[in-house]
Design a protein around this ligand. Sequence first.
Ligand SMILES: *Cc1c(COP(=O)(O)O)cnc(C)c1O
Length: 382
Amino acid sequence: MQVFKRIPVTLVRGKGTKVWDDEGKEYLDFVAGLAVVSLGHCHPVLVKALSKQAKTLTQTSNIYYTIPQLQLCELLVKTSCLDRAFISNSGTEAVEGAIKLARRYGKVKLDGAYEIITVTNSFHGRTLAATAATAQLSFQEPFTPLPSGFINAAFNDIEAIKAATTKLTCAVMLEPIQGEGGVNVPDADYLKEVRAWCDEKGLLLILDEIQTGIGRTGTMYAYEQYGVEPDIMTVAKGMGSGIPIGAFLAKEQACVFKPGEHGSTYGGNPLMCAASFAVLEYIVKKDIPAHAARMGQYLCDGLNKLAQKYNVITEVRGKGLLLAMKFQEDIAESVGMACLERGLLVNRVKPDALRFMPPLTVSQKEIDKALAILDSVLKERQ
Ligand SMILES: *Cc1c(COP(=O)(O)O)cnc(C)c1O
């Protein structure tokens, strides 16, 4: 349908942090399927779990229990502050489910309140409701009228959330760090202030950790670093390390769905759950979030050194292995293409910013190599 502005490269194979194109050219992959391939490409733990489950049982519908879904939900609950989980096929579906749960909560517990406050430059997915939640005009404008009930307030501004709150508000939904919006990190106290406001007004706090979760920012979930707990949380991307899966989780008191009010044919099928369970178990066992924190710091230091060397770089931002480099001018695309030439995949997240989100298993040596490529590209531009 020509909805993607594709880079003219066809990738055919991947292993760890590396991918190869159809002409045999090798690349260091600092895009990782858009922050998805958390354990690197084709990690043996994932491959083994997928192959084993493919030979055992792949789909049952949610009319029946399956062991992989129970195992995955148990682990998600054990490794987070939430009590229950619903498994979906994607991030957007997880967001959609979280929105439905918040609306149901509003109907049952908040006198029919249904409005959800979201913030500018957010990204919550591509369905109509998720688009209404995504407070960026370029995503919304082509599809108006959008579902109502979403109030877009300014990012990193507690007063804006307070001003947007009415008797009709049931929830506030935020990414702890905005991913697609350009890797925007809020002030240290922002999430705490939002949490306190939600508590004061009896609103649900929904954290969209689809990009920040599962170790990406150096802890299992980003909320841990901000000293808050969400009532509802969405996850996806890194939880499958490359297979399509997502989930929304909630605290017991927010779990107001009754049987029949939400569902999915494929969501939570044993094939995806077995794969995701193996990935999550490995991430926990090997303390991959701690490795991501160390490598993130190393990469961040390296990017900051480049920023000292080249005036065209105005800022390095992010946490863990979700980082961005901002330029004085709109050169992210051309810098990204020059990196590609030299065998490094990076993402142009904004016209003036590149995003770095390698597998969480990336090594120091691979980071050195990526930094050297970036250095040589920037040097040539001078
Ligand atoms: C990627 C992303 C989504 C959408 O997930 P899909 O799997 O693409 O549907 C939603 N929210 C955030 C924060 C994301 O980064």
